[in-house]
Ligand binder design. Structure first.
Ligand SMILES: C[S@@+](CC[C@H](N)C(=O)[O-])C[C@H]1O[C@@H](n2cnc3c(N)ncnc32)[C@H](O)[C@@H]1O
Length: 272
């Protein structure tokens, strides 16, 4: 099974155009401040760009060269020159070691369970002793949509039909965009969902680009992530409600995990 993501081509442009804000920017800032930091799966720089603007020492990495190109363009417009690396997270291999690695919206996106486990090990190896890994993750039951497709009767109805054309969004230069997605398959044993994603772009009313991608999403429950982090060698793993840092509750859609690399410890070989 090869995992894939849709964050290329038109979708990268969409992200650069429309996904530039959100409360996660302020939430993750304190981790970036404890740098040097790596923004893992940084995308088009929604978090990275504001931090660089504030003079923080943050590098970025992402599997998608297109997302990184948009990030670099936006950075250069402001006279910034970030270190950006195009690498899948499970093969992370960077020249630097970090005090903090943070990952917002990246776990299980475009990766299999084995790759996510490997990615945690790669992060561990990229942290200084005593460093921190922090990541958020949406709980699998967040919006309640689609559980019927995890059962045999529901799975038999997949793939769902393609959607009809919907509402377009207009970018800053008048370019119009539309994204359409549909569920193709669910693998309940692997807790994996496969989506087909279509992206369209029009200029002056004419369709100028049309992309189609597969998006693999691996879904995780809280304790799986804790166990994976511990298996990668992390200690003092904590789980909090995202954005508030409150004790997590069943109603929380997003959870934040922080995990420490021991201050003086065996290298990665010492993992349990
Ligand atoms: C939901 S976006 C989040 C982007 C950014 N962190 C933010 O919050 O704006 C997920 C990102 O994960 C990246 N991604 C998907 N699969 C990946 C992989 N295997 N390794 C590294 N990055 C990956 C995508 O290219 C995309 O930029």
């Amino acid at each position: 099974m090869v995992a894939s993501t849709w964050h290329h081509g038109v979708v990268a442009r969409w992200w650069a155009e429309f996904n530039t804000s959100g409360p996660e920017i302020d939430y993750f800032r304190r981790f970036a401040e404890a740098g040097p930091a790596l923004d893992l799966a940084c995308g088009t720089g929604r978090l990275l760009l504001p931090y660089l603007r504030d003079g923080l020492d943050v590098d970025g990495s992402d599997v998608s060269a297109d997302m990184l190109a948009c990030c670099r363009e936006a950075a250069e417009r402001e006279g910034l020159a970030p270190n950006l690396y195009a690498q899948p997270k499970h093969e992370l291999d960077l020249p630097r070691r970090y005090r903090t690695v943070f990952m917002c919206g990246g776990l299980g996106v475009g990766s299999t369970r084995a790759e996510d486990m490997q990615a945690m090990e790669r992060v561990y190896d990229h942290l200084e002793p005593g460093g921190t890994f922090v990541l958020d993750n949406e709980v699998p039951y967040a919006d309640g949509w689609g559980w019927q497709y995890w059962q045999p009767d529901g799975r038999a109805t997949l793939p769902l039909p393609r959607r009809e054309p919907g509402k377009r969004r207009v970018g800053s230069d008048g370019t119009e965009y539309e994204l359409r997605s549909r569920l193709l398959d669910v693998d309940p044993l692997e807790q994996r969902v496969m989506m087909e994603m279509q992206a369209f772009m029009w200029r002056d009313g004419e369709l100028v680009a049309e992309d189609e991608h597969l998006l693999t999403l691996t879904l995780y429950f809280k304790d799986e992530i804790v166990l994976m982090l511990e298996r990668a060698g992390f200690v003092d793993v904590t789980v909090r409600a995202a954005l508030t840092d409150a004790e997590p509750m069943g109603a929380d859609d997003f959870l934040v995990y922080t995990a420490c690399k021991p201050a003086a410890l065996p290298s990665s070989d010492g993992r349990g």
